[in-house]
Design a protein around this ligand. Structure first.
Ligand code: ADP
Length: 513
């Protein structure tokens, strides 16, 4: 295949004329992976290592940045040896990463001064509340599209500077730098040469103005963060430097970077305004492409940068559901009423309906569109006839109801009706949930042929930058047809079920409206 290396100033001799592949790094919250992708978007090899979560206090979540780095490099090695495809056959590398997770490290030594503070960590919740009390909410929303919350990187950086001895002075002197996991990996993989992130990751820091596409001085002053700490922000598809030869002999370039949910949006080929994907993982993340328009949500959703490729920014609306697939693992690990997560499909199908039983999984509060941090889980509507199957079915249905609420909020904000929903993630393998989802939404639910949309998105961004793929149309041809669920629900029954669900949600809430 002829590589054109559009705009990157690379020459063909950089690559010996071997069959070329793209490597995708998927640096997630629970595991890191390296995958090798061919020109048809087929994953030809992959390797995975788990990452430890550290819980120093209730509600606090950390990871060791060195463990993430070492695991990432290990899987990059493993996948090459497993497949026999080595760095002389890697045309480009793309990175998709867990978002918002914050690392601060010494510019010269490369040593982190604290563990990574993970996106789930709630230690800075009081700081976020303080920003609201100080009247910053509207400014933050207008500039970043986000709501002040501990979830985003900004307050996490401030926490490190406030709590590690000498950190603030070192940061002011220009000795400390910050990055999300993409930036931490890029810095280390390039041997400390490149300190950069991409627009999608920057848009999750609460420090980045999504309209001007620059770090925002007012927000930096608000949190007392020196601008010199911040990485350079680049397009998601472009040059992020070469992997150093100590790590990969032929030093392939990193040419694609995006936050995992945005990478998945790209992997689903949601290129047009209105295109929407929902990932059913531990939590659910729904993103709708809103084109060149930043849609300010009136329903508790976030505006964010969705795609930054080809000199074009597509914004997105995002709704997050905190507990989705994790409810299924909770049935297994905490209640012990199932042995394996994939049993749930058969059990849910073994009864004709939910018998009035609902599970509201507000284990750590409810996300969009409710944003009720004080809400707690509720199993509601039990009768003497309820049993194990009712609880399993209620848990499965809860994912579909929560998705319904977020999707209807998105439609209202964006002023458009969806005609189909693209899905991926662990719980999307469950045919009962997907059929119920289609029935409830009254639109088809479609799965692409490959469920690896996050890794593919990173690979696509990297491959486009070097001409491995010519354009977005070529990527769409790779999409293929996976499973498709057509709506077949009785509208009256669906309305009754939704009414039961909303009754249960209202009972679980602490914020009475
Ligand atoms: P993450 O990337 O968040 O770790 P994944 O996309 O790998 O998540 O999905 C893992 C989740 O999917 C788990 O919470 C698990 O309970 C759920 N899951 C996996 N298989 C099934 C299934 N057949 N039915 C329902 N849920 C499932």
């Amino acid at each position: 295949m002829a590589l054109t290396f559009k705009g990157l100033g690379l020459v063909e001799d950089d690559y010996p004329g071997k069959t070329q592949y793209v490597m995708a790094l998927d640096s997630g919250t629970t595991s890191v992976r390296a995958l090798i992708v061919d020109e048809y978007g087929i994953i030809v090899a992959s390797a995975r290592r788990h990452i430890k979560n550290i819980y120093p206090h209730p509600g606090w979540v950390e990871q060791d940045p060195m463990e993430i780095l070492a695991a990432q490099i290990a899987v990059m090695m493993e996948v090459q040896f497993k497949s026999g495809i080595h760095s002389d056959a890697i045309a480009a590398i793309g990175i998709a990463n867990q978002r918002e997770t914050t690392v601060v490290w010494d510019r010269d030594s490369g040593q982190p001064i604290h563990n990574a503070i993970v996106w789930q960590c709630r230690r800075t919740a009081p700081m976020a509340d303080e920003l609201v009390r100080a009247g910053f909410e509207n400014t933050i929303r207008a500039k970043t599209g986000l709501k002040p919350d501990a979830y985003f990187s900004g307050t996490k950086v401030k926490w490190v500077l406030d709590n590690v001895d000498g950190a603030r002075e070192a940061a002011r002197a220009g000795n400390l730098i910050f990055g999300t996991i993409d930036t931490w990996l890029i810095f280390n993989l390039t041997g400390g040469v490149v300190h950069a992130t991409d627009y999608t990751n920057a848009s999750r820091t609460m420090l980045f103005n999504i309209h001007t596409l620059e770090w925002d001085q007012e927000l930096l002053d608000m949190l007392d963060i020196p601008v010199a700490m911040l990485p350079e922000v680049r397009w998601s598809s472009g040059d992020f430097g070469r992997v150093s030869p100590e790590i990969m002999t032929h030093s392939p370039r990193i040419t694609g970077v995006a936050g995992d949910q945005q990478a998945s949006l790209f992997g689903h080929c949601c290129f047009e305004p209105g295109d929407t994907k929902n990932t059913y993982g531990t939590g659910c993340f729904m993103l709708m492409n809103t084109g060149g328009t930043v849609v300010e949500s009136e329903h508790g959703l976030l505006a964010t940068i969705g795609i930054a490729e080809g000199g074009r920014i597509d914004y997105a609306l995002e709704g997050s559901i905190f507990h989705a697939g994790s409810v299924i693992t909770w049935l297994r690990d905490n209640l012990g009423i199932i042995g394996r997560v994939d049993e749930t499909e058969e059990i849910a199908n073994s009864i004709p309906d939910n018998g009035g039983c609902y599970l509201v999984p507000g284990f750590s509060g409810l996300g969009a569109p409710w944003w009720d941090p004080g809400s707690r889980g509720l199993l509601y509507g039990l009768t003497g006839a309820s049993g194990r199957a009712s609880v399993v079915r209620a848990a499965c249905e809860s994912m579909a109801y929560q998705t319904y609420d977020v999707l209807r909020a998105m439609e209202a904000d964006a002023g458009r009706k969806l005609t189909s929903l693209s899905v991926d993630g662990g719980s999307a393998k469950n045919g009962f949930i997907m059929q119920f989802q289609a029935d409830l939404l009254d639109i088809p639910v479609v799965q692409p042929e490959s469920v690896e949309t996050t890794a593919l998105g990173a690979a696509y961004l990297a491959g486009l930058a070097v001409g491995y793929w010519e354009d977005r149309e070529e990527l769409q041809q790779n999409l293929g047809h996976g499973r498709r669920f057509e709506p077949a629900g009785d509208p009256i029954v669906m309305a009754q079920l939704l009414s039961g669900w909303h009754d249960a949600v209202a009972r679980s809430r602490t914020v009475i409206q």
